[in-house]
Design a protein around this ligand. Structure first.
Ligand code: ATP
Ligand code: RI2
Length: 194
């Protein structure tokens, strides 16, 4: 029996990392692991507990086949370590912080994935990005502009099964709803292929 990939996406600043950090322990108790990403972002940058590597190291690892999934966005390279395929094969579910742009490819690789879109009201999003202070004002505007490109395509076609999760309110409330959503989507037996 294989586990299921839960692919969490949403605008930059919508709270994906905060949510993953908050539910990591509780999910572990219900057989769901949270993947740690590899990112070409400096280790000093505030944010998720990702592994920071140089672009050269990232390219080497990617060429070696170290990543189950990888993409480039916001001027950075992101990789999800290949170990998630072992976890899935062992029957664990795996939750990843994904990319909206990479969703079609993720679906090709993991046809049974559960895609969850975290949403936040626009004004709240801008406020949170500035309050986080990880990016410059210019970088924040570029991230907000990137969202417009996803507005029409995300909720159409093969994404009709996308689950929406609003994080405009408290994080504790969103955590509860995510845990419930994952619980509700756990069939008695997962599909055979990851
Ligand atoms: N429900 C919430 N209420 C208030 N603040 C929140 C909430 N969720 C997240 N935040 C804050 O919003 C900011 C952005 O959250 P976070 O870094 O988790 O977003 P993200 O989706 O992972 O962004 P990115 O994709 O850019 O890494 C953080 O400063 C975080 O503390
Ligand atoms: O815009 P899309 O394609 O959804 O995502 C692009 C990437 O940007 C964000 O990362 P971060 O803000 O650099 O941590 C997301 O987590 C994702 O990996």
């Amino acid at each position: 029996m294989t586990g299921r990939l839960i692919y969490l996406i949403g605008p930059s600043g919508s709270g994906k990392d905060s949510l993953l950090d908050a539910v990591r322990e509780r999910l572990g108790g219900q057989g769901c692991r949270v993947a740690r990403r590899v990112i070409t972002r400096s280790a000093e940058a505030r944010g998720e507990l990702a592994e920071a590597v140089s672009p050269e190291v990232f390219a080497e690892r990617e060429a070696r086949g170290d990543f189950a999934m990888s993409w480039f966005a916001n001027g950075l390279s992101y990789g999800i370590p290949r170990v998630i395929d072992d976890w899935l094969a062992a029957g664990d579910d795996v939750l990843v912080n994904g990319s909206r742009g990479y969703l079609p490819e993720a679906r090709r690789r993991y046809p049974h994935l559960l895609a969850v879109l975290l949403t936040v009201e626009d004004s709240v999003l801008r406020t949170r990005l500035h309050a986080r202070g990880r990016e410059s004002a210019e970088e924040i505007e570029a991230r907000l502009a990137r969202n417009a490109g996803f507005a029409d395509t995300l909720l159409a076609g093969e994404n009709a099964d996308l689950r929406l999760l609003d994080n405009s309110g408290s994080l504790a409330e969103t955590c509860q709803r995510l845990l419930q959503l994952i619980e509700d989507h756990r069939p008695l037996a997962w599909p055979d292929s990851a």
